[in-house]
Design a protein around this ligand. Structure first.
Ligand code: GDP
Ligand code: MG
Length: 440
């Protein structure tokens, strides 16, 4: 896909006269690529119309960087399509919120409920899970297992067959227990769709959720729009989560889900594990959709920030395995805002979680705390790129040595694993000469 877009743009740059035909050919190629990524036909058509309004042929004829103009226009247009113009309900810590999950069977609801609970629990919330799926045998067992793993309270029943009754009981119980995020998992059968939607309507009416999240499998292809719309028509969907983004699907269905529900995508699922869950970020997502790679902005930044003679050093560093010692050095850099940390802060997901805007003070304290913890590690521990080395007894020793809690050592290790994953994406990264997009 990325190849075909790059090719389309390249063909264009080879043409000496930029006339309407060349622009059309180029847009045709991009459209084909988007359709292959499961972007809905109608949306592709609208985008094309808009691009033709935006891209001024005269500008193109005069401008040097034609590829960039078109690519930027397509990029911006796709970003706009992912923005429904309003943000979704944001739960408040310490105040009770009820969040209901809906979606077809197999879309990843139960898995995502746990990820969502775990995500907030890590931030100090008190979530709880309610299993209102009485349709599928084993649904309660699955939720119970997930919840136990996440150490999250749960509610459900093996006997009761009325999902509305269980949902109401669970929500009430957890309200009494002052849980601040009550998550209701529901069923999502394949057949009997009318019955499913009626059930969703009833559960929603009875529990009165603050937010309904529609969970969608990224690999469902062109079915996305109709599916999202069907749920939106029976319950007040207010946000979308796209799952299985670790697979082959580029996730073009997200555009359909946003269009059909008029709600934003808030998270994506990137694996079966509890931690494989990311805050949705529009720009990296669109880069991926266009096959430009998450790293295209990053590569540009390397040119802007890192002096030419330092670039080989940077590449050498990136090719090494990510150790705790490297993390320590990066934190040091970050506190002094050295060039490397400026580069890393460009990476999608690097600083948005570690140093969220508006929380610089708390974040700095956290980074310093992590460094204190690492000061109590042995060289062996610091130089290993295998997180399993830091077992329970080592964690306890490190916590004692640094005067911090085991919980905080655990937090730091989670951060390490997250950064190691980003780091591995950059491994083997080739930095093309400035302006040479084809290498991407
Ligand atoms: P539900 O029927 O909607 O509740 O879906 P489940 O939560 O039971 O998930 C169905 C299957 O998809 C399970 O095997 C999950 O492990 C898997 N799954 C869910 N989310 C993801 C994801 O983000 N990536 C991958 N690879 N698998 C996922
Ligand atoms: Mg389920």
């Amino acid at each position: 896909l990325g190849g075909s877009i790059t090719r389309a743009l390249q063909q264009m740059s080879n043409a000496t006269v930029i006339d309407e035909k060349v622009l059309n050919d180029c847009l045709n190629e991009i459209n084909r690529a988007l359709l292959q990524s499961d972007v809905q036909f109608e949306l592709v058509r609208d985008m094309r119309t808009n691009i033709k309004k935006i891209v001024n042929l005269q500008d193109l004829a005069a401008g040097h960087n034609k590829r960039k103009i078109i690519q930027q226009a397509v990029f911006n247009e796709l970003c706009k399509m992912l923005d429904p113009g309003k943000s979704s309900f944001v739960p408040k810590k310490g105040k009770t919120s009820v969040v209901m999950f809906v979606g077809l069977q197999g879309s990843g609801k139960t898995t995502t409920c746990t990820k969502y609970a775990h995500y907030y629990q890590k931030k100090g919330w008190k979530p709880a899970l309610v299993c209102a799926d009485t349709f599928r045998a084993g649904a309660f067992d699955q939720l119970k297992q997930n919840a136990t793993k996440a150490k999250t309270p749960f509610y459900g029943s093996y006997m009761e067959s009325d999902p509305v009754k269980i949902a109401v009981e669970g929500v009430e119980r957890f309200k009494e227990e002052n849980r601040d995020l009550i998550i209701v998992d529901t069923s999502g059968r394949h057949k009997q769709e009318a019955a499913l939607f009626e059930e969703m309507r009833q559960v929603s009416e009875a529990t009165n959720p603050d937010l309904v999240i529609f969970v969608m499998d990224s690999s469902i292809g062109q079915a996305a729009f109709d599916q999202a719309q069907a749920f939106k028509q029976s319950v007040a969907v207010g946000a979308v989560i796209i799952t299985k983004m670790d697979g082959h699907a580029k996730g073009g269905g997200s555009l359909s889900a946003v269009a059909a529900t008029k709600s934003p995508v808030i998270f994506i699922g990137t694996g079966e594990h509890m931690d494989e869950f990311e805050v949705f970020e529009v720009k990296p997502f669109v880069s991926r959709l266009l096959g430009m790679g998450d790293l295209s902005g990053f590569v540009d930044k390397i040119h802007d920030i890192v002096p030419m003679d330092k670039q080989p050093e940077l590449l050498q560093k990136l090719s090494e395995g990510f150790t705790l010692r490297i993390m320590y050095e990066q934190f040091q850099n970050m506190l002094s805002m050295g060039p490397m940390s400026q580069v890393l802060s460009m990476l999608p997901g690097f600083s948005s979680e570690l140093m969220p805007k508006g929380q610089e003070k708390e974040s700095q304290a956290k980074v310093k705390r992590y460094m204190t913890i690492m000061d109590s590690m042995t060289n062996e521990e610091l130089d290993s790129s295998n997180p399993k080395l830091i077992n329970e007894s080592r964690m306890m020793r490190i916590a004692r040595g640094s005067g911090r809690l085991v919980r905080e050592v655990l937090d730091m290790m989670e951060e390490y694993k997250r950064l190691a994953k980003l780091w591995s994406k950059m491994k083997g990264l080739k930095i093309p000469k400035k302006g040479d997009m084809s290498a991407l």
